[in-house]
Unconditional design. Sequence first.
Length: 370
Amino acid sequence: MTHRAVFLSSLSLSATLLLYAPPAQAGKRQARETQDLMEQSPVLPAMVADVYALGSSPPADPVVGLAIGGRDMQLDEALSGAAATLAMQSLPGQSEGAIRWAALRSGFPFPVVGMAFGRSTTPDAPPSVLAFLDEAQEQGLVLGLARARLDKDDVWVALSARALPVGAFARQYQLDEEISLDLPAAVGWSLVDPQGGRLHGTGSIKVGLDLAGEWLLRLELPGTSLSLPLFVDQPMPTARGLHDQAIPVSSREEAILLAEALLGDLRAAAGLDRWQGDPTLDLVLSKPMAQGGSVALDRSSLMERLRLSGFVNGVQVETCQASSVADCLERLYDSPDFRVALLDPGFEYLGIEARVQPQGVHLLIGLAAE
């Protein structure tokens, strides 16, 4: 027998011994592998980026990679970064605004449409999280997934979103730097500066950013719109003040008081005086809500009624509906029309009407000049 034959025979014998290892020994090996995975700290995707962009990449965390193994599933890097932020916070009941802000900070520009949260004492992802990902993938949604460690447990967060192909562009700028964005000719856009000045157009954007602070970029894309903050000479805040106020309200009066306070804070943060109340403004706004008005209230008719009531120097009416007062105002704040009105010192009067329902809050807001 040659030396090579002896070697092959020894290898065959070793393989046989491994294949026929006693069940208890195999169980111990599996337990050790499980323990090794649990002791491996999570590898988090980047939770902050200075650029808005879409792009899939294999997960850096091997445990996340095992969780989606065999699923032919692509994870968006920026959306996974947002999932990591939310997993680190370990709060299953995040507000709509907080989820959106986490996505924007990680560089994901599109709205998040779904979230799954779960905890596990093993290296396996919670079945509810995997079921969420499988369903979202069937719907053709963009996916994000991350895990974080809380005490001895793993916290898993999965996110889903609808997205359109867009080119990458910066979120952070230096003063007087230019935003240059190539867009199809049919795409409309608006750009609101930190003082309420507004530019708008269609097609590609090339604008110098000549004021420090937060700008609002609105893109009207096919079938959807995007409202994105841009920051000039300042970093993006970890959270917007509205996110800390996603507290429940149980009555119309509570909703109105909270909305007045939050809007006043936004106004004061811009260095402007808080609004004054006006009984005529309140009366005009109260009638459509008392009559069971929906979110699709006729804004133009309401504004005309305000003009006929004596507010001839400027009026603005907005409506929103969300799970909380804060999330409702977040949506309005990301509307170019409302952002311009909020930053206009000529609007001195504020009126709010509200309806609180089990599914959320409906606000009707009127601004008027003297």
